[in-house]
Design a protein around this ligand. Structure first.
Ligand SMILES: Cc1cc2nc3c(=O)[nH]c(=O)nc-3n(C[C@H](O)[C@H](O)[C@H](O)COP(=O)(O)OP(=O)(O)OC[C@H]3O[C@@H](n4cnc5c(N)ncnc54)[C@H](O)[C@@H]3O)c2cc1C
Length: 432
């Protein structure tokens, strides 16, 4: 049961969950809850812990039966909780990166790590990739630890409780659920996340309320998302992972990055593609061209020189020295070259076409897989409309926001959770 002053989970994950009717009343003597948080994801749970630890009663409303669904599925079920190094350059925002830096500095990375290890009892490990995971490799442990910390702090959590609307008036906020229950709050924190992975309950409601309450909501788009192509018969290579250096041009170079590229049945994925995806998925990114340089560590620095050495070895065999066989053959096909052509017989025009495919292979992106598979949502509420020290709205006193709802998107590697933890703490301390 939901009990005022207690999180409703008891032992282990998932928590037992019931929706009470009416919603939990504020503690005796109070007409309104001092703090209501909508959304018990990464940001909402961190907000709740920090707000409740200041000593005020806190109510969290969560639409799902089990809170923290995205934490649970994250990192392939292991939860890439944090990065091992961070600065504002790891995030994209339409606003000021100085403002992002200010928020990040409010809770330095080593303090966040210590909080997980010492406070939540989740020791962390850094992997070779620089990503940070729980030592247990279990994302469920992170959810349980956050719920336990909420419980210890005295947070009241109502799950299965979908908020339909929030309105302002009378010195506070009224929060109404889809089944017409309502509560009143002095301070309201929106931690409803974005639009990605809609089956977890993210339908963008928080953006609607932010707009109704007077905020700008910048155009949203799927980010950290696989890309689609309909050119080049790449599906034949589905399943192939290969190191690549990607360049985005619009028309000047606007982004470069290196990492594994995975060919899928519909296009391209893998870390470097996910990181590049916001460049082509954002409304302002339309027309951005993406090219790949196939970048095995021992690949020739200059393919043109390398392919001019002459001799009797077939072109495809030379490519296969450093590239996967399927890719080598595919590139010969795209260049319209018989793979058995010897280097000595390779015509200049053919060589130039092949070199261009090796060094600047156009990926002809036609779109993205959309929110269904996107890890995060780009765009949202401009950070400039929030105080960087309290994450309180500059337009609506008493309203705070944290997490993905804000127009700040991290790259792959634990940066998005990092943003959720840091902003959650900041909003929680200020709202509490
Ligand atoms: C498959 C996948 C894997 C990921 N892996 C990683 C990773 O390993 N590392 C990393 O850093 N990031 C990862 N991310 C991104 C990360 O999950 C998000 O950046 C993070 O969860 C955002 O936290 P949030 O609290 O802002 O939003 P969310 O976690 O989305 O939480 C929002 C909460 O609000 C609730 N809610 C929404 N609307 C309502 C409503 N109307 N009423 C009540 N409740 C509502 C939702 O049910 C949800 O619980 C991954 C994302 C996905 C989809």
């Amino acid at each position: 049961m939901v009990r005022p002053g207690r999180a409703e989970f008891l032992h282990g994950y998932p928590p037992s969950s019931v929706s009470d009717r009416p919603l939990p009343a504020p503690p005796d003597g109070l007409l309104r809850w001092p703090v209501v948080i909508v959304g018990a994801g990464a940001a909402g749970m961190m907000t709740a812990i920090h707000a409740a630890r200041t000593g005020v009663p806190v109510l969290v409303l969560e639409s799902a039966r089990k809170p923290g669904a995205k934490i649970k599925v994250s990192g392939g079920g292991r939860c890439n909780v944090l990065p091992s190094v961070v600065d504002e350059g790891d995030f994209h925002t339409e606003g000021s990166s100085k403002a992002v830096r200010k928020v990040l500095r409010s809770w330095p990375l080593d303090h966040v790590t210590a909080f997980f290890a010492d406070d939540l009892g989740i020791p962390l490990k850094v992997e070779d990739t620089g990503k940070v995971f729980p030592v247990s490799d279990r994302s469920g442990d992170v959810v349980v630890a956050l719920l336990r910390a909420m419980d210890r702090a005295g947070v009241t959590l109502a799950t299965d409780t979908r908020v339909a609307d929030v309105t302002r008036g009378d010195g506070g906020f009224t929060v109404t659920t889809t089944d017409d229950r309502s509560v009143h709050a002095d301070r309201l924190v929106l931690t409803t996340g974005g639009l990605s992975l809609p089956k977890t309950g993210s339908d963008g409601a928080g953006y609607r309320w932010a707009r109704t309450l007077g905020h700008t909501v910048l155009p949203r788009y799927p980010a950290l998302v696989p890309l689609l192509t309909d050119t080049g018969d790449w599906d034949r290579l589905a399943g192939l992972a290969v190191p690549a250096r990607l360049t985005a041009r619009a028309p000047k170079v606007v982004w470069e990055g290196e990492g594994d590229l995975l060919v899928t049945h519909k296009g391209f994925s893998g870390p470097v593609v996910l990181d590049a995806s916001y460049r082509v998925a954002a409304p302002w990114g339309q027309g951005t061209a993406l090219t790949a340089r196939w970048a095995a560590a021992d690949a020739p620095a200059d393919w043109d020189v390398h392919l001019q050495q002459g001799g009797a070895r077939p072109v495809a065999a030379v490519l296969r020295d450093t590239l996967p066989r399927r890719l080598a053959d595919h590139l010969c096909g795209l260049a319209d070259i018989d793979p058995s052509t010897t280097l000595g017989a390779l015509r200049r025009d053919d060589r130039k076409r092949l070199v261009s495919l090796l060094e600047e292979c156009p990926l002809h992106v036609t779109g993205t897989e959309g929110y269904r598979t996107a890890e995060v949502t780009g765009g949202g509420v401009p950070l400039a409309e929030l105080s960087t020290t309290t994450l309180e709205s500059r337009l609506v006193p008493g309203l705070h926001m944290a997490g993905e709802i804000i127009d700040v998107t991290g790259r792959l590697g634990g940066y998005n959770f990092h943003w959720a933890w840091v902003t959650g703490r900041l909003a929680g301390l200020a709202a509490g």
